[in-house]
Design a protein around this ligand. Structure first.
Ligand SMILES: [Zn+2]
Length: 330
């Protein structure tokens, strides 16, 4: 039944998330030939590493037995990563510290392996088969629990000295703003992530209690999440829509800075919150045109991700194809 994929050249993309691990065989054109989603085990560091080794071995064998010609492995993980060494230094959603993931993936499969952070991978995925196919200069932002960034300049992903460049979520927007997950105050992530959207709505819901958000959060404004705000805004809830307005303004101001620095052709917005992109993208575009230097911002398109929740796994594969030197997508 898998005869149509036999002898197909592919790479294995692996996306290590907090709740699941996605694996996919992706061909040079970005087509997923076969895929699996596996639930992540508990956040026990040593257990996770053992688990990953077993998982990589089992999945690789399974894919190879189907006749796929696997060329390399690409791994995507959230966190600070030494890209050349392939070491995950620390991760916000899995309890790993100093894990040589690239070496592990390579030893288990006997193939070249590559590791990069989730936002860089997602940016590579969008360029491979998504919103920025063939675009050499763009900024990608992932708007999830946090805010991550990936930047292409002249057709190359910016990685920096150790591979940790483009932490766009941690530019300073408001020195007196709320605390960020990084331990500092007023980062873009603290003001324009999914979590920040929930917090903004909870402040507004305390003043204006006529909101479905209080029903959704069982009367406790502190438990309002970004997802609830999206759902409420889709129903036309005034508090949720106002929260999105405030949030969009911060996001727009961050994007202005990125445009001034990188001179991109396109800015792509991905991650969980971007699934409600229609609710805020026009506000963001407006803030950018009002706040940016007109000559610099006027021709930049701001668009939504096309890969959705496949960005991680396709992106991990895209990174592997790029590193192998294969022409991707064009
Ligand atoms: Zn921060």
């Amino acid at each position: 039944m898998f005869s149509d994929i036999e002898n197909h050249e592919c790479v294995l993309g692996m996306d290590l998330g907090g709740t699941k691990i996605a694996v996919a065989a992706v061909d040079p054109k970005g087509k997923i030939l076969m895929e699996s989603d596996i639930t992540s085990p508990a956040k026990d560091s040593s257990m996770m590493v053992e688990y990953f080794i077993d998982l990589a071995r089992v999945e690789f064998e399974k894919y190879r037995r189907k006749g796929l010609e696997v060329k390399a492995v690409g791994v995507s993980a959230a966190g600070y990563i030494l890209q050349k060494e392939g070491v995950l230094l620390e991760s916000p959603n899995i309890a790993w510290r100093n894990v040589p993931l690239r070496k592990i993936a390579s030893e288990v499969t006997g193939l070249p392996a590559f590791l990069d952070n989730d936002a860089n991978c997602a940016a590579a995925g969008e360029r491979f088969v998504g919103a920025t196919r063939g675009v050499d200069d763009f900024v990608y932002l992932t708007l999830g629990t946090g805010v991550g960034g990936g930047v292409y300049v002249d057709g190359r992903l910016i990685r920096g000295h150790r591979g940790m460049a483009a932490e766009l979520g941690h530019i300073l927007i408001d020195p007196d703003g709320p605390m960020c997950g990084c331990g500092r105050r007023g980062c873009l992530e603290a003001l324009a992530s999914g979590r920040a959207l929930g917090r903004e709505a909870s402040v507004l819901a305390r003043e204006d209690r006529k909101t479905v958000l209080l029903e959704m959060s069982k009367g406790d404004p502190d438990s309002i999440t970004g997802k609830m705000v999206s759902r409420a805004a889709e129903q036309g809830d005034d508090v949720a829509l106002r929260a999105f307005k405030v949030w969009s303004r911060y996001l727009g101001m961050g994007i202005v800075d990125f445009i001034h620095i990188f001179d991109p052709d396109v800015v792509v917005l991905g991650g969980g919150v971007s699934e409600s992109g229609d609710l805020f993208i026009n506000d963001v575009r407006e803030v950018v045109s009002e706040r940016g230097i007109p000559t610099l911002v006027k021709d930049v398109s701001i668009v939504l991700s096309e890969l959705g929740n496949k960005a991680g796994v396709i992106g991990a594969a895209a990174i592997a194809w790029e590193e192998l030197g294969a022409p991707t997508s064009f």
